[in-house]
Design a protein around this ligand. Structure first.
Ligand code: FAD
Length: 568
């Protein structure tokens, strides 16, 4: 009668072992105590010796499978002996169920949470996962901080801050400061921007280390739903994880324009220019387009901004977008809405951008053409098919919990499409991790402020007036112009508006839209109020410090309550 070979228990804590390799194969003669297989526990690798002498007549546990202690892994019997039917049936079942367990068993994996991508979505998710007690690893193919820190939010804001200072210098006389002479040294401006980025990148590295997140350099691609291959130059490494969070971000959309594309750049190259271009045509009047228009026009470039739709900042409140358009025009930027770049005539020394606006061709001389026409999810090399993750050209498909169609894989940030903003990616990172680790997350990802760091700044949250109208809501609009604000006047920056949309009956705040200096900071009050389902009365009856720009929000709320104080 055939003798069972079982997974042994070597040590008190061992609950299961991995069958790494069969030294003997079926049909081989084995002596008692002769090594027949290589087994791995959570602590060590060892050779399993045959409990009896005979012939290895059946292997039950395949190489790579995880087997609980005392489960059968093989049979040794007489040469030519056949296993009884009931034993064959039992052993086949054991074999398949153990292999399946390899993918889902927590004890089997290298980590509990594996994050792919070290941008504001990925690194925040990894830190939070570790804080919640999960063994966490993060794979990044390039630089920690992702698009936001290295090629997006931070470098643009460093440059925009410089332009604010330039603007102040230009207006110095109006503040009584005479004979101000200044020269823009673009090399120093670039160095400062790079230093800011570097310092923050080191900060992210420090935070990950402090929170015990192991950072692995390389390109990640799925082998199956729990296994990811990491390639870095010629080295490869396989990592298994119970849960995986995909946070691979997005990349700039590039379109081919007839006539030549040598002068075309994206935001990536625009941030690295060594010299300020004499002229630049920016295609796309969204957040990225208007921010670069502000940067280059203040640095001295002649800027032309081309937008296909009737308004700049598509999706933002159109009244606010129109005020920004006028501000940019006053700053010397040529704006073409309802217009399209149709051709580039490349030439030396200058190129000509042909812009079609309402069936009329306009030729614009330009050194560079910056495409800011949108971004698309970055999925290159991920091998999502190996893990059966559903996606389309808008991004990876997720449910409300940010879970993909595969039960252990989540996706967050730009790679899932929708609103592409760093703070949303981070909030989704927290939510996905909490859901993945079995908590029902309270993280709010519905109220998302949109901020544009032009001069003045623009910020909005909640419904725009166009959306409230379209939804047929019974809403009220209240507006407070900055020209009535003491603080705005004192700082010499009083063009702008705070606009609140509120429910006519209950006063609940539906949306807040601001164009003002530091609008991007002012919007936080509106976000909190909306998060708490607050009313205009609650904002109006909150004491705001004087003199501050924040008072403008309170003043707009007073107007909504029918009790205007400083509004004319
Ligand atoms: P990312 O930041 O793109 O990070 C993804 C990371 O994944 C990258 O580091 C990438 O190298 C890595 N990766 C990709 N594939 C793999 C792989 N297979 N293996 C390993 N690693 C991989 N948003 C704002 O909120 N405010 C702003 O002011 C703002 N300004 C912007 C200005 C510009 C010019 C641009 C381009 C964007 C701006 N954004 C801004 C948008 C913001 O940068 C993104 O929304 C944000 O970075 C998305 O974060 P993420 O973590 O989803 O992806």
């Amino acid at each position: 009668m055939a003798e069972k070979v079982i997974m042994p228990q070597l040590g008190l804590t061992m609950k299961e072992g991995k069958l790494v390799h069969w030294i003997k194969k079926v049909g081989d003669e084995v002596k008692k105590d002769e090594p027949i297989a290589e087994i791995e526990s959570d602590k060590a690798t060892f050779e399993l010796e045959a409990p009896v002498g005979g012939t290895l007549i059946k292997i039950v546990a395949q190489e790579g499978s995880i087997v609980p202690i005392t489960d059968t892994i093989a049979y040794i019997g007489e040469p030519g002996e056949e296993l009884q039917d009931n034993i064959i049936k039992e052993s086949v079942e054991i074999e398949s169920s153990k292999i399946e367990q390899k993918n889902i068993d927590k004890e089997d994996t290298d980590c509990d949470v594996l994050v792919i991508g070290g941008g504001p979505g990925g690194y925040v998710a990894a830190i939070h996962a570790s804080q919640l007690g999960a063994k966490t690893k993060l794979i990044e193919k390039d630089k920690l901080g992702g698009t936001c820190l290295n090629r997006g939010c931070i470098p643009t804001k460093a440059l925009l801050h410089t332009t604010e200072i330039i603007k102040k210098f230009k207006n110095a006389e109006s503040y009584g400061i005479k004979n101000v002479e200044f020269k823009v040294d673009y090399a120093v401006i670039q160095k400062r921007k790079n230093d800011v980025v570097k310092q923050l990148r080191n900060g992210v590295q420090y935070l990950l280390k402090k929170n015990n997140v192991e950072v692995i350099k390389g390109v990640a691609s799925f082998k199956d739903k729990n296994t990811v291959l990491v390639k870095e130059n010629d080295t490869e490494r396989t990592i298994t994880s119970e849960k995986v969070i995909i946070a691979t971000g997005s990349e700039a959309v590039k379109i081919n324009i007839p006539g030549g594309n040598n002068s075309i750049i994206t935001s990536n190259e625009a941030l690295e220019l060594e010299e300020i271009p004499a002229e630049i045509v920016i295609v796309g009047g969204g957040a990225i387009g208007v921010e670069f228009a502000t940067i280059f026009s203040n640095m001295g470039s002649k800027v032309s901004l081309v937008e296909m739709l009737p308004q700049l900042l598509p999706g933002m409140d159109s009244e606010i977008a129109l005020i920004l358009e006028n501000e940019l025009k006053q700053n010397g930027i040529d704006i073409y809405t309802n217009a399209k770049l149709t051709e580039i005539k490349e030439g030396k020394p200058q190129n000509i951008a042909v812009v079609n606006q309402q069936n009329k061709n306009i030729e614009i001389k330009t050194e560079k053409i910056l495409l800011a026409v949108g971004r698309k999810p970055y999925l290159a090399g991920l091998n999502l098919g190996k893990a059966n993750v559903n996606y389309d050209n808008k991004g990876i498909k997720v449910d409300e919990q940010l879970k993909t169609n595969v039960d252990n894989i989540y996706a967050i940030g730009d790679v899932i499409g929708g609103i592409l903003l760093a703070h949303l990616a981070s909030a989704q990172g927290i939510k996905a991790v909490e859901n993945a680790l079995g908590k029902n997350s309270y993280q709010n990802t519905d109220i998302v402020p949109a901020c544009i760091y032009t001069n003045p700044e623009v910020a909005g949250v909640g419904l725009t007036e166009e959306e409230a109208k379209k939804q047929g809501l019974n809403y009220k609009v209240s507006k407070f112009p900055l020209k009535s604000s003491g603080k705005a006047l004192a700082i010499g920056n009083n063009s702008g508006l705070v606009k609140i949309l509120s429910d006519k009956k209950y006063g609940e705040i539906l949306g807040v839209h601001i164009i003002a200096p530091r609008a991007t900071d002012l919007i936080a009050e509106a976000c909190l109020a909306m998060r708490m389902e607050g009313t205009v009365e609650e904002i109006a009856t909150t004491i705001h410090a004087h003199p501050t720009l924040a008072e403008c929000v309170a003043e707009a709320a007073h107007i909504a309550c029918g009790t205007p104080i400083h509004a004319g």
